[in-house]
Design a protein around this ligand. Structure first.
Ligand code: ZN
Ligand code: ZN
Length: 351
Protein backbone atom coordinates (compact mmCIF):
# COMPACT_ATOMS: atom_id res chain seq x y z
CA UNK A 1 0.00 0.00 0.00
CA UNK A 2 2.81 2.35 0.97
CA UNK A 3 4.56 1.48 -2.28
CA UNK A 4 1.46 2.41 -4.27
CA UNK A 5 1.24 5.73 -2.42
CA UNK A 6 4.94 6.44 -3.00
CA UNK A 7 4.57 5.63 -6.71
CA UNK A 8 1.45 7.85 -6.97
CA UNK A 9 3.29 10.70 -5.26
CA UNK A 10 6.39 10.37 -7.40
CA UNK A 11 4.51 10.22 -10.70
CA UNK A 12 1.57 12.62 -10.48
CA UNK A 13 1.22 14.03 -6.96
CA UNK A 14 4.62 15.49 -6.14
CA UNK A 15 4.47 19.14 -4.94
CA UNK A 16 6.96 20.08 -7.66
CA UNK A 17 4.36 19.06 -10.27
CA UNK A 18 2.08 21.87 -11.27
CA UNK A 19 -0.79 19.51 -12.02
CA UNK A 20 -0.63 17.70 -8.63
CA UNK A 21 -4.20 17.20 -7.31
CA UNK A 22 -3.86 19.67 -4.43
CA UNK A 23 -3.20 22.53 -6.86
CA UNK A 24 -6.46 21.99 -8.73
CA UNK A 25 -9.05 23.48 -6.30
CA UNK A 26 -7.49 26.95 -6.67
CA UNK A 27 -7.67 26.67 -10.45
CA UNK A 28 -11.30 25.52 -10.34
CA UNK A 29 -12.35 28.36 -8.00
CA UNK A 30 -10.71 30.98 -10.21
CA UNK A 31 -12.15 29.40 -13.35
CA UNK A 32 -15.60 29.52 -11.73
CA UNK A 33 -15.13 33.23 -11.08
CA UNK A 34 -14.21 33.74 -14.77
CA UNK A 35 -17.21 31.62 -15.85
CA UNK A 36 -19.58 33.80 -13.81
CA UNK A 37 -17.95 37.01 -14.99
CA UNK A 38 -18.21 35.98 -18.65
CA UNK A 39 -21.87 35.02 -18.06
CA UNK A 40 -21.36 31.70 -19.78
CA UNK A 41 -24.42 29.53 -20.16
CA UNK A 42 -24.71 25.75 -19.72
CA UNK A 43 -22.74 23.47 -17.44
CA UNK A 44 -19.69 24.92 -15.70
CA UNK A 45 -17.88 21.56 -15.77
CA UNK A 46 -18.45 21.09 -19.47
CA UNK A 47 -17.19 24.61 -20.05
CA UNK A 48 -14.10 24.01 -17.92
CA UNK A 49 -13.29 20.55 -19.33
CA UNK A 50 -14.51 20.62 -22.96
CA UNK A 51 -14.39 17.24 -24.67
CA UNK A 52 -13.10 18.71 -27.94
CA UNK A 53 -10.04 20.03 -26.09
CA UNK A 54 -9.37 17.14 -23.71
CA UNK A 55 -9.74 14.51 -26.46
CA UNK A 56 -7.94 16.56 -29.12
CA UNK A 57 -5.02 14.75 -30.79
CA UNK A 58 -2.68 17.51 -29.74
CA UNK A 59 -3.64 16.96 -26.09
CA UNK A 60 -3.10 13.22 -26.37
CA UNK A 61 0.49 13.96 -27.46
CA UNK A 62 0.80 16.29 -24.41
CA UNK A 63 -0.13 13.38 -22.12
CA UNK A 64 2.40 11.07 -23.78
CA UNK A 65 5.17 13.67 -23.52
CA UNK A 66 4.26 14.18 -19.87
CA UNK A 67 4.71 10.43 -19.32
CA UNK A 68 8.08 10.45 -21.12
CA UNK A 69 9.22 13.43 -19.04
CA UNK A 70 8.19 11.80 -15.77
CA UNK A 71 9.99 8.58 -16.62
CA UNK A 72 13.17 10.48 -17.51
CA UNK A 73 12.91 12.57 -14.33
CA UNK A 74 12.45 9.48 -12.18
CA UNK A 75 15.45 7.91 -13.91
CA UNK A 76 17.49 10.96 -12.87
CA UNK A 77 17.92 12.58 -16.29
CA UNK A 78 17.54 16.18 -15.07
CA UNK A 79 19.89 16.72 -12.12
CA UNK A 80 19.30 20.38 -11.37
CA UNK A 81 20.04 20.05 -7.65
CA UNK A 82 23.33 18.25 -8.23
CA UNK A 83 24.47 20.99 -10.64
CA UNK A 84 23.45 23.69 -8.12
CA UNK A 85 25.37 22.05 -5.29
CA UNK A 86 28.47 21.52 -7.44
CA UNK A 87 28.58 25.15 -8.67
CA UNK A 88 27.82 26.57 -5.20
CA UNK A 89 30.60 24.45 -3.64
CA UNK A 90 33.01 25.57 -6.35
CA UNK A 91 32.30 29.26 -5.66
CA UNK A 92 32.50 28.80 -1.89
CA UNK A 93 35.84 27.00 -2.33
CA UNK A 94 37.12 29.72 -4.66
CA UNK A 95 36.04 32.47 -2.23
CA UNK A 96 37.89 30.76 0.59
CA UNK A 97 34.93 29.38 2.56
CA UNK A 98 31.56 30.42 3.91
CA UNK A 99 30.68 33.49 5.98
CA UNK A 100 31.23 32.96 9.70
CA UNK A 101 29.39 35.94 11.23
CA UNK A 102 25.64 35.72 11.78
CA UNK A 103 23.48 36.25 8.69
CA UNK A 104 22.86 39.87 7.85
CA UNK A 105 20.09 39.18 5.37
CA UNK A 106 16.63 38.07 6.46
CA UNK A 107 15.31 34.76 5.09
CA UNK A 108 12.71 36.66 3.08
CA UNK A 109 15.41 38.55 1.20
CA UNK A 110 17.39 35.37 0.63
CA UNK A 111 14.36 33.60 -0.80
CA UNK A 112 13.58 36.63 -2.97
CA UNK A 113 17.12 36.72 -4.41
CA UNK A 114 16.93 33.03 -5.30
CA UNK A 115 13.48 33.44 -6.82
CA UNK A 116 14.61 36.40 -8.92
CA UNK A 117 17.66 34.44 -10.12
CA UNK A 118 15.46 31.49 -11.03
CA UNK A 119 12.82 33.52 -12.83
CA UNK A 120 15.45 35.56 -14.70
CA UNK A 121 17.05 32.30 -15.89
CA UNK A 122 13.71 30.92 -17.04
CA UNK A 123 13.10 34.12 -19.04
CA UNK A 124 16.43 33.91 -20.87
CA UNK A 125 16.45 30.15 -21.43
CA UNK A 126 12.99 30.55 -22.92
CA UNK A 127 13.92 33.58 -25.03
CA UNK A 128 17.12 32.05 -26.36
CA UNK A 129 15.15 28.99 -27.48
CA UNK A 130 12.90 31.29 -29.50
CA UNK A 131 15.72 33.28 -31.01
CA UNK A 132 18.29 30.62 -31.82
CA UNK A 133 17.34 28.52 -34.86
CA UNK A 134 19.26 25.47 -33.59
CA UNK A 135 17.46 25.52 -30.24
CA UNK A 136 14.04 26.59 -31.50
CA UNK A 137 12.98 23.10 -32.79
CA UNK A 138 13.19 21.73 -29.24
CA UNK A 139 10.90 24.46 -27.88
CA UNK A 140 8.65 24.34 -30.95
CA UNK A 141 7.23 21.11 -29.52
CA UNK A 142 5.64 23.17 -26.75
CA UNK A 143 4.31 25.69 -29.26
CA UNK A 144 2.84 23.16 -31.65
CA UNK A 145 0.07 22.51 -29.08
CA UNK A 146 -3.19 23.34 -30.87
CA UNK A 147 -5.26 23.21 -27.69
CA UNK A 148 -4.11 23.85 -24.15
CA UNK A 149 -4.82 22.19 -20.83
CA UNK A 150 -2.76 22.27 -17.61
CA UNK A 151 -0.89 19.19 -18.90
CA UNK A 152 0.43 21.21 -21.87
CA UNK A 153 3.08 22.70 -19.58
CA UNK A 154 4.73 19.26 -19.83
CA UNK A 155 4.55 19.17 -23.63
CA UNK A 156 8.29 19.67 -23.92
CA UNK A 157 11.12 17.95 -25.69
CA UNK A 158 13.52 16.18 -23.26
CA UNK A 159 16.43 18.22 -24.67
CA UNK A 160 14.61 21.46 -23.77
CA UNK A 161 14.10 20.09 -20.25
CA UNK A 162 17.75 19.13 -20.04
CA UNK A 163 19.04 22.54 -21.18
CA UNK A 164 16.55 24.38 -18.99
CA UNK A 165 17.23 22.39 -15.81
CA UNK A 166 21.01 22.63 -16.32
CA UNK A 167 20.85 26.41 -16.84
CA UNK A 168 18.64 26.83 -13.76
CA UNK A 169 21.01 24.60 -11.79
CA UNK A 170 24.02 26.72 -12.81
CA UNK A 171 22.43 30.11 -12.03
CA UNK A 172 21.00 28.90 -8.74
CA UNK A 173 24.43 27.48 -7.91
CA UNK A 174 26.03 30.88 -8.60
CA UNK A 175 23.37 32.67 -6.50
CA UNK A 176 23.73 30.25 -3.61
CA UNK A 177 27.54 30.22 -3.82
CA UNK A 178 27.71 34.04 -3.69
CA UNK A 179 25.19 34.19 -0.83
CA UNK A 180 27.12 31.61 1.20
CA UNK A 181 30.51 33.13 0.46
CA UNK A 182 29.68 36.75 1.23
CA UNK A 183 26.27 37.30 2.77
CA UNK A 184 24.80 34.50 4.89
CA UNK A 185 25.97 31.64 7.08
CA UNK A 186 23.24 29.15 6.25
CA UNK A 187 20.78 28.80 3.40
CA UNK A 188 19.09 25.54 3.98
CA UNK A 189 15.88 25.77 5.99
CA UNK A 190 14.81 29.37 5.49
CA UNK A 191 15.64 29.37 1.82
CA UNK A 192 13.98 26.10 0.96
CA UNK A 193 10.88 26.98 2.97
CA UNK A 194 10.63 30.45 1.44
CA UNK A 195 11.10 29.33 -2.14
CA UNK A 196 8.72 26.41 -1.71
CA UNK A 197 6.00 28.57 -0.17
CA UNK A 198 6.28 30.97 -3.10
CA UNK A 199 6.07 28.30 -5.80
CA UNK A 200 3.35 26.45 -3.91
CA UNK A 201 1.27 29.64 -3.94
CA UNK A 202 2.00 30.22 -7.64
CA UNK A 203 1.00 26.65 -8.51
CA UNK A 204 -2.09 26.74 -6.31
CA UNK A 205 -3.47 29.98 -7.70
CA UNK A 206 -2.99 30.90 -11.35
CA UNK A 207 -0.32 28.59 -12.80
CA UNK A 208 -2.71 25.96 -14.13
CA UNK A 209 -4.82 28.48 -16.03
CA UNK A 210 -1.82 29.56 -18.10
CA UNK A 211 -2.27 26.54 -20.33
CA UNK A 212 -6.02 26.52 -20.75
CA UNK A 213 -8.84 28.17 -22.70
CA UNK A 214 -9.82 30.23 -19.63
CA UNK A 215 -9.01 33.90 -20.21
CA UNK A 216 -7.78 35.50 -16.98
CA UNK A 217 -6.13 38.91 -17.32
CA UNK A 218 -4.61 40.70 -14.31
CA UNK A 219 -5.21 44.12 -15.85
CA UNK A 220 -2.59 46.37 -17.40
CA UNK A 221 -1.04 47.58 -14.14
CA UNK A 222 -0.44 44.19 -12.51
CA UNK A 223 0.68 42.62 -15.77
CA UNK A 224 3.83 44.75 -15.54
CA UNK A 225 4.75 42.74 -12.44
CA UNK A 226 3.21 39.27 -12.81
CA UNK A 227 2.56 37.24 -15.95
CA UNK A 228 -1.15 36.47 -16.11
CA UNK A 229 -2.64 33.33 -17.65
CA UNK A 230 -3.95 35.50 -20.52
CA UNK A 231 -0.44 36.84 -21.17
CA UNK A 232 0.98 33.33 -21.46
CA UNK A 233 -1.87 32.33 -23.77
CA UNK A 234 -0.91 35.28 -25.97
CA UNK A 235 2.62 33.85 -26.01
CA UNK A 236 1.13 30.69 -27.56
CA UNK A 237 -0.84 32.58 -30.21
CA UNK A 238 0.04 32.02 -33.87
CA UNK A 239 -0.83 35.61 -34.81
CA UNK A 240 1.83 38.05 -35.93
CA UNK A 241 1.08 40.77 -33.35
CA UNK A 242 1.67 38.25 -30.55
CA UNK A 243 5.09 37.02 -31.72
CA UNK A 244 8.10 37.59 -29.45
CA UNK A 245 6.02 38.48 -26.41
CA UNK A 246 5.72 37.41 -22.78
CA UNK A 247 8.57 34.98 -22.19
CA UNK A 248 8.34 35.28 -18.41
CA UNK A 249 7.11 32.56 -16.11
CA UNK A 250 6.15 34.17 -12.79
CA UNK A 251 7.34 37.77 -13.15
CA UNK A 252 6.60 40.13 -16.03
CA UNK A 253 9.38 42.54 -15.03
CA UNK A 254 11.91 40.85 -17.36
CA UNK A 255 9.58 41.24 -20.35
CA UNK A 256 9.00 44.84 -19.32
CA UNK A 257 12.72 45.45 -18.88
CA UNK A 258 13.80 43.81 -22.15
CA UNK A 259 10.98 45.07 -24.37
CA UNK A 260 8.92 41.92 -24.87
CA UNK A 261 5.91 42.70 -22.70
CA UNK A 262 2.40 42.40 -24.14
CA UNK A 263 -0.44 43.54 -21.89
CA UNK A 264 -3.94 42.15 -22.03
CA UNK A 265 -7.35 43.42 -21.00
CA UNK A 266 -10.43 42.42 -23.00
CA UNK A 267 -10.61 38.84 -24.13
CA UNK A 268 -8.83 38.15 -27.42
CA UNK A 269 -9.74 35.33 -29.75
CA UNK A 270 -6.55 33.27 -29.88
CA UNK A 271 -5.42 30.52 -32.23
CA UNK A 272 -2.79 28.36 -30.56
CA UNK A 273 0.01 26.76 -32.56
CA UNK A 274 3.05 27.71 -34.61
CA UNK A 275 2.60 30.59 -37.02
CA UNK A 276 4.60 31.49 -40.11
CA UNK A 277 6.08 34.86 -41.04
CA UNK A 278 2.63 36.03 -42.22
CA UNK A 279 0.89 34.92 -39.03
CA UNK A 280 -0.78 31.85 -40.55
CA UNK A 281 -0.74 28.68 -38.52
CA UNK A 282 1.57 26.08 -40.05
CA UNK A 283 0.59 22.42 -40.41
CA UNK A 284 1.10 20.40 -37.23
CA UNK A 285 4.75 19.21 -37.30
CA UNK A 286 4.22 16.90 -34.29
CA UNK A 287 1.04 14.89 -34.80
CA UNK A 288 2.40 11.92 -32.79
CA UNK A 289 4.74 11.26 -29.88
CA UNK A 290 7.42 9.92 -32.23
CA UNK A 291 7.40 13.01 -34.46
CA UNK A 292 7.49 15.22 -31.35
CA UNK A 293 10.63 13.41 -30.20
CA UNK A 294 12.45 12.94 -33.51
CA UNK A 295 11.53 15.88 -35.77
CA UNK A 296 13.15 18.50 -33.44
CA UNK A 297 16.47 16.64 -33.50
CA UNK A 298 16.40 16.46 -37.31
CA UNK A 299 15.38 20.12 -37.68
CA UNK A 300 17.97 21.26 -35.16
CA UNK A 301 20.77 19.31 -36.87
CA UNK A 302 19.66 20.63 -40.24
CA UNK A 303 20.26 24.21 -39.09
CA UNK A 304 23.90 23.30 -38.52
CA UNK A 305 24.32 22.11 -42.11
CA UNK A 306 23.60 25.03 -44.49
CA UNK A 307 27.15 26.42 -44.38
CA UNK A 308 28.56 23.06 -45.44
CA UNK A 309 25.80 22.69 -47.99
CA UNK A 310 26.75 25.99 -49.62
CA UNK A 311 30.30 24.81 -50.08
CA UNK A 312 29.03 21.46 -51.36
CA UNK A 313 26.71 23.29 -53.75
CA UNK A 314 29.63 25.25 -55.16
CA UNK A 315 31.54 22.00 -55.69
CA UNK A 316 28.45 20.42 -57.27
CA UNK A 317 28.08 23.34 -59.63
CA UNK A 318 31.65 22.82 -60.75
CA UNK A 319 31.28 19.05 -61.11
CA UNK A 320 27.68 19.18 -62.40
CA UNK A 321 26.48 16.68 -59.77
CA UNK A 322 22.74 16.68 -58.82
CA UNK A 323 21.58 18.15 -55.48
CA UNK A 324 21.63 15.36 -52.88
CA UNK A 325 18.34 14.72 -51.03
CA UNK A 326 20.00 15.44 -47.66
CA UNK A 327 20.75 18.95 -48.83
CA UNK A 328 17.13 19.40 -49.84
CA UNK A 329 16.02 18.37 -46.36
CA UNK A 330 18.48 20.80 -44.77
CA UNK A 331 17.25 23.65 -46.96
CA UNK A 332 13.64 22.79 -46.17
CA UNK A 333 14.38 22.72 -42.44
CA UNK A 334 16.25 26.03 -42.67
CA UNK A 335 13.27 27.54 -44.51
CA UNK A 336 10.98 26.12 -41.82
CA UNK A 337 13.19 27.64 -39.13
CA UNK A 338 12.91 30.98 -40.92
CA UNK A 339 9.16 30.72 -41.16
CA UNK A 340 8.30 29.82 -37.60
CA UNK A 341 8.26 32.37 -34.82
CA UNK A 342 11.65 32.26 -33.19
CA UNK A 343 13.30 31.22 -36.41
CA UNK A 344 16.29 33.01 -37.85
CA UNK A 345 14.44 36.02 -39.17
CA UNK A 346 11.74 36.61 -36.58
CA UNK A 347 12.57 37.01 -32.95
CA UNK A 348 9.86 35.25 -30.99
CA UNK A 349 11.01 35.02 -27.43
CA UNK A 350 8.25 30.18 -22.06
CA UNK A 351 7.30 28.29 -21.15
ZN1 ZN B 1 7.77 29.86 -25.90
ZN1 ZN C 1 3.39 27.50 -22.51
Amino acid sequence: MQDIFAFFQATIAHPSLRIAPFYLPGMIILAYWVWRKQRETGSFWRWLFPRDIYFHRSHLVDIQLFAVGRILTLLGAFQKVAVTVAIASLIVGFAGGTVTEPATLSPVWIALIVLLANDFTVYWVHRVHHEHPTLWPFHAVHHSAEVMTPITVYRKHPIYDLISSTAKGVILGVAQGVLLSFLVTDLSVALIAGVNVFYFAFNAVTANLRHSHVWLSFGRRWEHIFISPAQHQVHHSSELRHYNKNYGEVLAIWDWMFGTLYLTSDREDLRFGIGDAEGNRVAQPHPTLMTALIEPIQSSLATLRPARSKAARREDAVSGAPTPPAQDAAQKAARRADAVPGGATTIHPAE
